[in-house]
Design a protein around this ligand. Sequence first.
Ligand SMILES: [Zn+2]
Length: 301
Amino acid sequence: MVNFSHGWWVIFQYVHIIKKGHIMNPCNLNQLGVSSKTPWAVGHFNIHNMEFIRPVVRAAEQEKSPAILAVGMLSVKYMGLEPLITACQIIAKETNVPIAIHLDHARDLNTVRQALDLGINSVMFDGSSLGYEENVEKTTQVVQMAHASGATAEGEIGIVPHGDITVSKDDMTDPAKAVEFAARTGVDFLAVSLGSVHGMKTAGTSLNQELLQELYKQIPAPLVLHGASGVVDAHIKDAVANGIRKINVNTGLKVVLKDFLSSRFKNNPESDLLDDLDLGMNRVTESIARRMRLFGSSNKA
Ligand SMILES: [Zn+2]
């Protein structure tokens, strides 16, 4: 479906690129250099405060990799939408590697509107719990709202569940529905369900690679993997080879910081908290850099 704002949206993006002769940060997902054709995926890292924002940008600079700073709903509840987006915007402007700011799992149009008004570059609408037609309808509205602001939009088809459960066949993405959903909504990126689960503290799940290959063949929009913290490295690598182009990491980074701080507090009870957090940020940076190498995004900035 071609919507009325598409032409303006393309012009927006070019103006954005032409200024200063290179990409100006922050940018949207289509300005990160990744597409369905690139043999690598960009990392989406959920941030909750400065202790996560800085490590994402530091790792991006070290690895010369584009990156996505993702603002999720629990973090909005914790820190507030405007403080988080503003902090991301300020830090993103300090670097020349492409950094996008993205709203993760918005479930209502008001939050999407607020985030776009604050200048966010990309929004994900999660209508996976809605009926199919309502998901199509609301996601289409989000795509139009995003494009009118020069932002990109991600939708979700199939269900990536939360908690210690396995994904049922019914929750996995149905290829025919996904093809229709992508065409009708016009999403720039499409999240699909292949077997991963949100919120896993250790990596143990595998992915349905045959389903992914089938989706990749038929859907032009870059495909997104949610719940990557719970997926073993070998399966992440195969998923990139089979067409995943954006990989969402949240829980795994929280675990790295919490594990480090737990042992640090135990072993150095007299240390200054800022030194503890500084060392903690180094651990988070290392973990992000390792994932960028795994996703193949190093040296792609
Ligand atoms: Zn997710």
